[in-house]
Design a protein around this ligand. Structure first.
Ligand SMILES: [Zn+2]
Ligand SMILES: [Zn+2]
Length: 140
């Protein structure tokens, strides 16, 4: 997504386009599952006036206008994605904390069955599935 589309989305919701907001969007598009804190660290050099609570406030605005979504992957702070990024399932390793992303279709049959049985519509991109990655798989 180009800066101009980000700017249009902010303006159409009555929000100002600021260099901080654009920098946050750019860092989300290049970093892998950044938290507000890691965005703050990454931007600290270029934007020394940016503090963590400003990052949180800007992230709230960017979510409100629909440019950014968050996901809960483990006990740590939420991580952020561009809303334009295709939704995916997070596999979170309980041992090493590694996160693997898989296509939501992988859970398609499960999600369809749950919807059929309970009427509950799963949003798999919003959270994580826990287990053990190939490196940490406990021996039987
Ligand atoms: Zn993700
Ligand atoms: Zn692991």
């Amino acid at each position: 997504m180009a800066d101009s589309e980000w700017e249009a989305a902010l303006r159409s919701h009555g929000h100002r386009v600021t260099s901080q907001r654009l920098a946050i969007l750019r860092s989300i598009s290049t970093m892998k599952h950044p938290t507000a804190e890691s965005i703050h660290e990454a931007l600290g050099q270029a934007e020394p006036s940016l503090n963590l609570s400003t990052v949180y406030r800007n992230l709230a605005v960017l979510q409100e206008v629909g440019l950014v979504t968050h996901a809960h992957i483990d006990a740590r702070a939420p991580v952020y994605h561009l809303a334009a990024e295709p939704s995916h399932i997070h596999l979170s390793c309980l041992a090493c904390g590694d996160v693997t992303s898989v296509e939501p279709e992988t859970a398609g049959a499960f999600a369809e069955r749950v919807a059929l049985d309970t009427g509950f519509v799963i949003q798999p991109g919003h959270s994580a599935v826990y287990g053990y990655c190939p490196n940490c798989h406990p021996s039987p």
